[in-house]
Write a protein that binds this ligand. Structure first.
Ligand SMILES: Nc1ncnc2c1ncn2[C@@H]1O[C@H](COP(=O)(O)OP(=O)(O)O)[C@@H](O)[C@H]1O
Ligand SMILES: [Mg+2]
Length: 261
């Protein structure tokens, strides 16, 4: 059996534009796989295909060898959690409530019904709250549990968004440009955090990291897939990919200019 998430020959077109062309990749359990490529290469489209926001025209997706037709609202039940570009936190909820909402599918009575004032199990809510606090603590932001997300620095909000995704106890975490908007020091801390995910004793998890930021990807990923104009132009370990002339042409040349911009 082919374990983990696999994309087989995925093709996506927007009108006359081919956003993804025959893209295949695999995220085995416990691995950190990165998707990189210049702006417009198709990274976010790929992410959206896995999340079910974009239906591919050709190809298929499997999870542990079984066909997967992703639906955004059903992802967490499949053991898949995601963060989006930007943090996507609910402004009207506290940090703790945001993280509890992320884990609500694990509670029988449900946390959202509780928010809506429907009958709930106090025991479930207490368990959710404890779990959410544990995750916030693990990410070093438990001190902000009662804060409104809008009052916090971006790097802290980013961690809260990560905590919300973790709280669902995913076995696969999808991250779209988590370094966007972060400075160098915060990126280094984020890298350390992502690297330890597969080894987490409680809930080890695989990661698919879609990221423009080259240093982050190179330092945390076991394997990389490089996209350019919707096609896979290289795949392998960070060292293999770094030395691939096609990648240097397509990506590294461009990223130097963009990094300076
Ligand atoms: N919803 C859409 N409709 C039309 N074109 C799109 C849409 N989303 C993305 N594209 C185009 O598809 C290509 C890939 O975009 P995207 O996946 O966002 O790339 P990346 O995330 O690597 O920068 C780009 O040319 C982009 O303009
Ligand atoms: Mg993108």
């Amino acid at each position: 059996m082919e374990e983990g998430l696999a994309l087989h020959h995925i093709g996506v077109r927007f009108g006359g534009l081919t956003a993804l062309d025959d893209v295949s990749l695999r995220v085995p359990p416990g691995r950190v796989v990165g998707v990189i490529g210049p702006n417009g290469a198709g990274k976010t489209t790929l992410f959206n295909v896995i999340c079910g926001f974009v239906a591919p025209e050709t190809g298929s997706i499997t999870l542990d060898g079984r066909p997967l037709r992703p639906r955004p609202h059903r992802l967490t039940r499949l053991g898949i959690a995601r963060t989006l570009q930007g943090t996507g936190l609910f402004a009207g909820l506290t940090v703790l409530e945001n993280v509890m909402a992320g884990a609500s599918h694990t509670a029988r009575a449900g946390f959202l019904p509780a928010l809506l004032g429907l009958p709930r199990s106090d025991r479930d809510e207490a368990r959710l709250r404890r779990h959410a606090l544990d995750v916030l603590d693990e990410l070093g932001v438990a001190a902000h549990a009662d804060a409104a997300p809008g009052t916090l620095p971006f790097a802290v909000r980013q961690r809260v968004a990560l905590a919300r995704a973790f709280a669902a106890r995913p076995r696969l975490l999808l991250l779209d440009e988590p370094a966007g908007g972060l400075g160098g020091e915060d990126i280094a801390e984020l890298a350390q955090l992502i690297r330890q995910l597969p080894q987490r004793a409680a809930d080890p998890c695989a990661v698919l990291l879609v990221e423009h930021h080259m240093d982050l990807v190179m330092s945390v990923c076991d394997e990389l897939v490089v996209l350019d104009f919707g096609r896979v132009i290289a795949a392998g370990t960070p060292d293999e990919v770094r030395d691939d002339p096609a990648v240097t042409d397509a990506y590294l040349g461009a990223s130097v200019d963009e990094a300076a911009a």
